[in-house]
Design a protein around this ligand. Structure first.
Ligand SMILES: Nc1ncnc2c1ncn2[C@@H]1O[C@H](COP(=O)(O)OP(=O)(O)OP(=O)(O)O)[C@@H](O)[C@H]1O
Ligand SMILES: [Mg+2]
Length: 444
């Protein structure tokens, strides 16, 4: 809230004092409306909807306390600042017991007396409003648009253009860059009435993926005890988000292509053709084009998917924006953990901007969460963030990241005595994506 949006209604039957208060507060930047008559002031409240009411206590027709009582009936939280002559300070104290925020005495010894009293109430309301906003942010999984797109404003423009259309969108970006988040934002901006349904093609075992996507009829296979709708059907008129789309088997790629071409599919075990209106958004951290060249991904599917590609750059390519993003994450995480928001000192912020963030914003979130938990004072203490030298150059980074990941997987396999299931759990990834990586890195 800004001062020019902070509305103050003043009621004082003493015209000269009313004008003085009005002038002082208008000069401070507030919006002020003054009244000498209580009835008129009461009538104006609904329309003007003040943030603060300043009222004289002693007035002929209706005194300040009655005036406050009347308005508190409508809005219990309304803030009142009482104005009182020296002689009636006790009445002012009485008024505060009845819910006035503060009082000042008249005549004013100093304009600051009024300025300070009002500014305290203004600041308190501003903080409450900010907290309320933060709380709503805390319960939504979507950060404010300025934060999500800081440093990648061009993407926001693309999204605004494409969101309301039916076009298929594909999001390219390393892990943790915000692909899922941006897919949700596209859906929210699309104006579609149906839900946002997501499915991670790498997290679901290949054999189940098909029935998850298309659904099945009772008896379609052993274990299909009743009919089940697939994600395409569940998405209805909404959006279906296919994450890690490169991980589809060739058979599934063919079925998926058919959906993109004629917008129809069949449940497993059924000949009934079902039409889908769901908007398709896909995402991958792979270079699909190269996979096509390596014959690992269908070329025709690639062209169907690549209608509206959006490249989300890694965090290290938007370093100037790390402070904004980090400050936001600190605020939200502190609030979520019920802690006072901590400051990030310039030195600590340097650490955050120098580091190359292979896990991008998700890694930044994890580092900040750990730091918020362990930092005792008002300043955030970060762990050492080690950046191997080779990672500073483009190609080296990818190669190095691979070798770090490979080592981590090997170590996990050694620790778990070769159990892939336990190793996947230890690494916090799905069994399928562990198996995929084992194959990819040639770990034996
Ligand atoms: N600009 C941002 N500001 C704050 N938080 C963000 C921002 N972008 C992403 N995040 C958060 O970072 C986390 C990772 O984002 P998200 O899950 O969308 O990444 P992803 O690219 O889908 O990752 P993956 O490849 O692992 O699926 C989420 O918690 C998300 O809310
Ligand atoms: Mg994701």
């Amino acid at each position: 809230m800004q001062r020019e949006n902070f509305r103050i209604l003043i009621l004082d039957d003493e015209k000269s004092f009313l004008l003085l208060m009005t002038k002082i507060l208008e000069d401070s930047g507030y919006v002020v409306k003054g009244f000498t008559d209580a009835e008129e002031a009461l009538k104006a409240v609904d329309q003007f909807s003040p943030n603060l009411i300043i009222t004289d206590l002693k007035m002929p027709k209706m005194d300040g306390i009655m005036f406050m009582d009347e308005l508190k009936k409508k809005n219990e939280d309304m803030d009142f600042l009482m104005v009182t002559a020296f002689a009636t300070v006790e009445t002012a104290v009485e008024a505060m017991k009845k819910g006035a925020a503060d009082y000042i005495t008249k005549p004013l010894k100093d304009p600051d007396q009024l300025r300070i009293a009002v500014s305290k109430i203004y600041e308190r309301q501003r903080l409450t409003a900010e907290n309320r906003m933060l709380k709503s942010e805390m319960f939504s999984d979507i950060p404010p648009i300025e934060i999500v797109f800081s440093g990648i404003e061009g993407i926001l423009k693309d999204i605004q253009d494409v969101a309301p259309t039916d076009a298929t969108v594909i999001l390219y970006g390393e892990t943790g860059t915000g692909k899922t988040l941006i897919a949700k934002i596209i859906h929210n901006k699309s104006g579609r009435s149906g839900p946002f349904v997501d499915i991670n093609c790498a997290a679901i075992p290949e054999t189940l993926l098909e029935s998850e996507l298309f659904g099945y009829e009772k008896g379609a296979f052993t274990g299909a005890l009743s009919q089940k709708k697939g994600r395409f059907e569940l998405a209805g008129d909404g959006t279906i988000f296919l994450d890690e789309v490169s991980e589809m088997s060739p058979a599934l790629q063919a079925k998926f292509l058919k959906i993109l071409q004629d917008r129809t599919f069949e449940r497993l075990g059924s000949l009934n053709t079902i039409k889908t209106n769901a908007r398709v958004i896909a995402a991958t951290n792979k270079n699909l084009k190269s996979l096509v060249e390596e014959k690992k991904f269908r070329e025709d599917l690639y062209y169907r998917l690549n209608v509206f590609p959006i490249n989300i750059p890694p965090l290290r390519d938007r370093k100037e924006h790390i402070p904004d993003i980090a400050n936001y994450i600190v605020k939200v995480i502190s609030l979520r953990l019920g802690k006072e928001p901590k400051q990030i000192s310039a030195d600590e912020m340097d650490k955050l901007t120098v580091y190359t963030w292979p896990g991008n914003i998700r890694e930044l979130e994890n580092v900040i969460e750990r730091s918020v938990i362990i930092s005792k004072g008002t300043e955030l203490i970060l762990p050492d963030l080690e950046t191997p030298n080779e990672m500073s150059s483009g190609h080296g980074a990818a190669a190095d990241l691979k070798s770090i990941e490979k080592t981590a997987i090997e170590n996990a396999l050694i620790k778990t005595g070769g159990s892939r299931k336990n190793a996947a759990e230890m690494l916090g990834i799905s069994l399928r994506s562990l198996q995929y990586r084992i194959k990819d890195y040639g770990i034996s």
